[in-house]
Design a protein around this ligand. Structure first.
Ligand code: CP
Ligand code: NVA
Length: 311
């Protein structure tokens, strides 16, 4: 096995509150003074190994790499990994050519295996289990909108999926109140929620699950949703459409929220399913500003990974 880099970014929970806060601060500097950050990736080559589709993650990383002075290589379905070469061999080979890699894949164990065998930093651009860059970027955006995260409450309506997990982990570490409204069978595991809730309470937040979207939305500062059927779950989509009926962000749900509430969605969105067109295209929606926030935040993650000393 290769010497682990100790500089990876696979989940939010593997980091401390202090580390996440320092990345949020760095993202603020990067966004305000982009010209001061033209060199951190000079002469570095960053691979994007993507086994699933992407618009935002791919583009924001590729643009960010270029702005930081580096070069990116997009590695899709035409590399030997797709024809059965092992993850272990791929990780060791790529470590000989690249300085960092962003991975989007299926099972979270795939990125963990890659990271175990790679000697370069590995950043999670989404797995079935986690979407940490999106979630941290969302907290970065929320902090800008509300002037801080302390005391904020966030209702996630829909599937207890990768997005819900990473937001719950971020809420626990950053002291936000997070409520997931999901039908039975589509929730984060109870023991995981209990652990996150006890961590959140040490930081001034909480993590809970409820059945009723209205209970979650009541007085919330942020209403958040994601697709009912994530990438890789297409065969379940009819069953999921039945299960999630009623788990929709619409005008009535929005009326339950705090008067200052904003609506967020990681995108892509399906109008008429998890969110109505009226809401996502309405005045409370911040989905495009939210998407734009990924650029400075991910530049900060990449700088942090490159500058972090290995373990
Ligand atoms: N939100 C997000 O990760 O979008 P993409 O799937 O387009 O990258
Ligand atoms: N939960 C979604 C997020 C897409 C950005 C998925 O995994 O497909």
């Amino acid at each position: 096995m290769t010497e682990k880099s100790g500089r990876s970014f696979l989940t939010l929970l593997e980091h401390t509150t202090g580390k996440l806060r320092s990345i949020l601060r760095l993202a603020g500097h990067v966004e305000k003074n982009p010209e001061d950050f033209r060199g951190p990736l000079a002469w570095k080559t960053v691979g994007l190994l993507f086994e699933k589709s992407s618009t935002r993650t791919r583009l924001s990383f590729e643009a960010g790499i270029r702005q930081l002075g580096g070069g990116s290589l997009f590695l899709g379905a035409d590399i030997q990994l797709a024809r059965g070469e092992s993850i272990e061999d791929t990780a060791r080979v790529m470590s000989g050519y690249l300085d960092m890699v962003i991975i989007r894949t299926f099972g979270h164990d795939r990125i963990e295996t890659f990271d175990r065998w790679a000697s370069i930093p590995v950043i999670n651009g989404l797995t079935d289990g986690h979407h940490p860059c999106q979630a941290l970027s969302d907290f970065y955006y929320m902090e800008k909108v509300f002037g801080g995260l302390s005391g904020l409450s966030m209702a996630f309506v829909g599937d207890g999926n990768n997005m819900a997990r990473s937001l719950a982990e971020g809420a626990a570490l950053l002291g936000v109140h997070f409520i997931l409204a999901a039908p039975e069978g589509y929730r984060l595991p109870e023991d995981e929620v209990a652990h996150l809730d006890s961590l959140a309470r040490q930081n001034g937040g909480s993590v809970r699950i409820v059945s009723d979207p209205r209970e979650a939305a009541r007085k919330a500062h942020v209403l958040y949703t994601d697709v009912w059927t994530s990438m890789g779950q297409e065969a379940e989509s009819r069953q999921r459409e039945q299960a999630f009926k009623g788990y929709v962000i619409d005008g009535r749900l929005l009326a339950e929220a705090d008067p200052s509430a904003i609506v967020m969605h990681c995108l892509p969105a399906y109008r008429g399913k998890e969110i109505t067109a009226e809401v996502i295209d309405g005045p409370r929606s911040r989905v495009f500003e939210q998407a734009a926030a990924r650029l400075p935040l991910q530049k900060a993650i990449m700088i942090d990974c490159m500058e972090r000393k290995g373990q």
